[in-house]
Design a protein around this ligand. Structure first.
Ligand code: SF4
Ligand code: SF4
Ligand code: FES
Length: 520
């Protein structure tokens, strides 16, 4: 627990964390100090002067809050006339050469310059000379498009590339009103986290080619979620919008702060993986190549399960813990072999020791926690022995090439319970569409043994059932989410006495014995 100190802001006593800079310390109790160049992950640079405040203790009349630690008894002034004047002056300075093209700027609605103009300035421009013209629409690589005219030269993007990715592609060249952020000639952004500069840019100077002009941000619903792109489980916002009478469409994933998991950032691949939630999805049930109602397909599947003497159930390492226990209970009930074989999800050597992991699945740790076998030999033997394979969304196309897959499944009838209409689904005798992770709630365990929960963000006109529900429809005794969660508690002692809604927002670090099980 951090030490607390009491200090005064505009004469009002507040209790804040000792030693934090004034922007963060006072910000934590809901009092804003405007700032442009400071970012908690990048530290204080002290170049924008937007955060100047007064301290009534004999030091100079104005100090940068980003560089001033909170101390007991400090008297901080935010509303004195001379402070309001400096805020006006800094805003005027920032806006002298700014194009004010908010109507066509993607940042409008989440722009610090716009917000601060409304809160701290609201004055007419006094400019009577032509503005300095700079370059617009510059391709800086990795899908980042730069507008030099909108840039306030706060240096956040430059520091991100130096301090976080340590690739140093960006720099500030020239001085005074000709200063601009640039790449070195012929050396564009070249790192796997580059699109984070779009988020940390406080204005619309760094935009994402992928998101540009697609949607005004005030039309987007911003729901919390967890990226399923790899075993890190980075926290994200799922920004989506549902046009009238249509399905919800996801427009972007953005990082969501979780100091225990991903801090302030996410990788570009995970960020752009929102497209898989929208595209290539399976929405209709199929028997052979005939589209049939879900009821018909499920009825046929139940008959097939009853008929098969030997059934193999394959689970995806992306399933939630609740789905896994539901399917495990189904396997026990019908006497099926259960496997979580998914070696193809692992890309050896792709992890970078920061966020990106070799394992491109979200919940492999969950398979281990529930004692589900993932060995290749056992899986392949079970396929040979089985008449029926029930595949719960495991993308076997990652583990086998087309001809291997054809050979593997040639004598086994297959039910694909699947989110996507892909080559594995095309080989199936029955296909059942299911919800993907943005469309249901559940929990997963990441590569650091942190259990995290997420909830449904996206709604379709005809919502698809999730794997837990489909398992129940196929005969799993765990019929409801509540029953599946109760079953989960038998495997994860850390969940005893904790309701799903009380799992900490930053996740639940599993205890020693559970962690040992996860890595076993
Ligand atoms: S591009 Fe954005 S983040 Fe980079 S210096 Fe300019 S305003 Fe700051
Ligand atoms: S590091 Fe992994 S979990 Fe994080 S954003 Fe990238 S793909 Fe997603
Ligand atoms: S935030 Fe303090 S000087 Fe920029």
């Amino acid at each position: 627990m951090a030490d607390k100190v009491k200090l005064f802001v505009n004469g009002i006593e507040v209790e804040v964390e000792a030693g934090k800079n004034l922007i963060d310390a006072i910000g934590a109790v809901g009092i804003e100090i405007p700032h442009l160049c400071y970012h908690p992950a990048l530290g204080a640079d002290g170049n924008c002067r937007m955060c100047l405040v007064g301290i009534e203790d004999g030091r100079p009349p104005l100090v940068p809050a980003c560089k001033t630690p909170a101390q007991a008894g400090m008297k901080v002034l935010l509303n004195a006339e001379h402070i309001k004047k400096i805020q006006h002056d800094v805003m005027e300075f920032e806006l002298i050469n700014h194009p004010i093209d908010c109507p066509i700027c993607d940042q409008a609605g989440e722009c610090k310059l716009q917000d601060y103009y409304m809160s701290y300035d609201q004055r007419e421009s006094r400019m009577t000379v032509p503005q300095v013209v700079k370059n617009k629409k510059m391709d800086y690589g990795c899908g980042v498009v730069h507008d030099q005219e909108r840039c306030v030269v706060c240096g956040r993007c430059v520091r991100f590339c130096r301090q976080i990715t340590k690739t140093g592609e960006l720099g500030i060249i020239n001085r005074t009103d000709d200063a601009r952020v640039a790449i070195f000639p012929g050396r564009p952004l070249n790192n796997r986290y580059a699109l984070n500069v779009v988020d940390i840019c406080p204005v619309g100077a760094m935009t994402s080619r992928d998101f540009r002009f697609k949607q005004r941000v005030w039309f987007l619903e911003k729901d919390p979620g967890i990226c399923h792109g790899c075993a890190k489980g980075c926290n994200i916002y799922i920004d989506h919008n549902r046009p009238k009478y249509q399905d919800d469409i996801i427009y972007r994933f953005r990082p969501r702060l979780n100091n225990q998991v991903n801090g302030y950032f996410i990788c570009d691949e995970g960020r752009l993986s929102y497209k898989k939630e929208n595209d290539g999805r399976l929405f209709d049930g199929r028997i052979g190549d005939q589209v049939r109602s879900l009821q018909d397909v499920l009825a046929a599947c139940v008959k097939e399960i009853q008929r098969a003497a030997k059934t193999l159930i394959l689970l995806s390492p992306d399933c939630s813990l609740e789905q896994m226990v539901g399917v495990k209970a189904l396997a026990e009930k019908i006497g099926a072999t259960l496997s979580g074989y998914s070696d193809g999800y692992i890309k050896e050597g792709d992890g970078d020791g920061y966020l990106i992991q070799d394992d491109k699945s979200a919940n492999r740790a969950g398979l281990a926690l529930l004692g589900i076998d993932c060995a290749k030999e056992a899986f392949e033997k079970a396929v040979q022995d089985a008449q029926l394979l029930l595949n719960f969304n495991n993308n076997l196309g990652l583990s086998y090439n087309d001809s291997e897959l054809g050979k593997l499944l040639k004598d086994t009838r297959t039910i694909a319970i699947t989110t996507h209409d892909d080559k594995v689904t095309a080989l199936a005798d029955w296909a059942v569409p299911v919800a993907s992770f943005s469309e249901y709630g559940g929990s997963i365990v990441n590569c650091d043994n942190i259990l995290q929960t997420f909830r449904k963000a996206v709604t379709k006109n005809n919502d698809l059932a999730d794997i837990g529900t489909i398992a129940a429809m196929l005969g799993s005794p765990l019929q409801s989410n509540g029953e599946r969660y109760a079953e989960l508690r038998k495997f994860i002692s850390a969940l005893k006495g904790i309701e799903p809604e009380n799992i900490p927002a930053e996740g639940l670090k599993l205890n020693e014995s559970e962690a040992a099980n996860v890595t076993a």
